[in-house]
Design a binder for this molecule. Sequence first.
Ligand code: RET
Length: 239
Amino acid sequence: MTNLFLPLVTGGGDVNDPVNFTFFIGCMAMMAASAFFFLSLNQFDKKWRTSVLVSGLITFIAAVHYWYMRDASMAGDVSNVTAFRYVDWILTVPLMCVEFYLILKVAGATKSLLWKLIGLSVVMLVTGYFGETMGNAVMWGTISGLAYFVIVYEIWLGGAAKMAKEAGGDVLHAHKILCWFVLVGWAIYPIGYMAGTEGWYDVLPTEGLAMDVWYNIADAINKIGFGLVIYSLAVKKTA
Ligand SMILES: *C/C=C(C)/C=C/C=C(C)/C=C/C1=C(C)CCCC1(C)C
């Protein structure tokens, strides 16, 4: 098994290690999803093409970062994995905010809603990066978690929720599913963070899986699954 992959990487780590293995499979899944989204573009009405394009950009940006993270992980270069991880997120999470904005535009979503969501995600991610790289993981993680809760509030009960209700029908339905992704799918990330950093939560059984395995599983669910919700909304709206 190892020989099959070794020529492709610089490091020479063990592919059977769950962290390395999920980087390989995650990379492949993100590539396949990108091909799927990009090649489907022509079938949609112009208005919905941008949304599906953004789904493809999210998985494509992730695929490129997974390529590098896979290499860094095989080489045992943990700090580069962390850097690539957060560069990936700082690009893809705002694009997910753009997805919310694009589907709610029919109900009059404003740029201010978009910037609010983007601002909150930047706070969430920058503080998370500080927590992973500078110590004080509990403090930074708490600030990050607060920004995350405000995002959850905004889309479930705040301005975005009102617009989704106004839009109704397929848009409301898709918005609801995306809300569940953010509430449940995104909650996997703080679990991974707790598995990989030190704090009061060391007593919890989260250490059973390595931080990067949690993150890789979460990314597959949230990037590909989220994209498929947008895809199926575009299919319904085009039919
Ligand atoms: C495609 C990537 C996505 C959807 C990444 C999402 C990342 C998060 C929701 C991260 C959240 C964090 C916390 C809520 C607290 C601890 C630090 C983070 C950054 C892991």
